[in-house]
Design a protein around this ligand. Structure first.
Ligand code: G3P
Ligand code: CA
Length: 269
């Protein structure tokens, strides 16, 4: 897990399986969570959105088109927005065949199903609230599901859970609703703005293309809302050379579709 030691500049980053082990199994499915577990990867990342009837589901795009067979099953429902389909309609979709026939029949998981699987596998979760502007109140609703699934216990808050978003407002809302939850802001703020971000975010999680040793050091020089040094997870790094380079910057974690490759290259865990 990201730790104070890592924040001080360890070059052995935490490895986070992006949308699960998504190079090897269809992203954001239970199969991708299990694939990460099979590889011995403890952290997974996912994306959470909401159905028409208010169920939280795990899927990356705002539409169902790319990662399911919605176009075939519901041909007259373009552009297949997640928010225009009920949970029951989404349950019928195949979220695996687009990736490989081997995964035919994989489903779009509900957040409850997803959390249960991550728990069963003794894994840890970076949960991304995706497109929150489309889903008013999704922060409170997500926290409620996390609470119901036991993920707001002291142990989970300390070491098993981070909630992140590209929306600073969304991250701030999560922090204000449940200050004990560790949070991440997705982006690369100017260094001058880090003190403001540090009031509500424990992590600044940036694309690897915009960071440097100096940027990582600037992040580590601030303390987050829980009094510990800010951390940085960087994404999405899928090759050994880039993984070694960003590990050399001192990042705390690497979010990757190929967690086995990144672990091997960096000695991370
Ligand atoms: O967790 C970082 C990464 O997931 C952000 O980009 O588009 O894959 O959600 P995206
Ligand atoms: Ca994501």
């Amino acid at each position: 897990a990201p730790t104070a030691q890592a924040a001080a500049g360890s070059d052995r980053p935490t490895v986070v399986a992006h949308r699960g082990a998504s190079a090897y199994a269809p992203e954001n499915t239970l199969a991708a969570v299990d694939k990460a577990a099979d590889l011995g990867i403890r952290w997974v990342e996912n994306d959470v959105q909401r159905t028409k009837d208010g169920e939280l589901v795990v899927i990356h795009d705002a539409t169902l088109a790319r990662t399911t067979n919605a176009e075939q099953l519901y041909p007259d429902r373009a552009p297949w927005n997640v928010k225009d389909f009920t949970a029951r309609e989404i349950r019928r979709l195949d979220a695996g065949s687009w990736f490989s026939p081997r995964y035919a029949g994989a489903r779009v998981p509900t957040l409850e199903q997803y959390m249960a699987r991550v728990s069963r596998n003794h894994q840890k979760l970076v949960l991304e609230i995706k497109n929150p502007a489309l889903y008013p109140g999704i922060e409170q609703q997500t926290l409620k599901v996390l609470a119901n699934e036991g993920w707001l216990s002291r142990q989970h808050l300390r070491s098993r859970l981070v909630v992140q978003s590209f929306s600073a407002d969304s991250v701030r809302t999560v922090h204000e609703l449940r200050p004990g939850v560790r949070t991440g802001f997705l982006g690369t703020p100017d260094v001058a703005d880090l003190p403001e971000y540090a009031t509500f975010a424990d992590q600044i999680n940036s694309t690897y293309t915009k960071i440097s040793t100096a940027y990582v050091a600037a992040i580590h020089a601030h303390r987050g809302p829980h009094g510990r040094p800010l951390e940085i997870l960087t994404w999405t790094v899928n090759d050994a050379d880039t993984a070694r380079r960003v590990a050399g910057y001192g990042v705390d974690g690497i979010i990757t579709n190929t967690p086995d490759v990144v672990r091997e290259a960096t000695g991370g865990s």
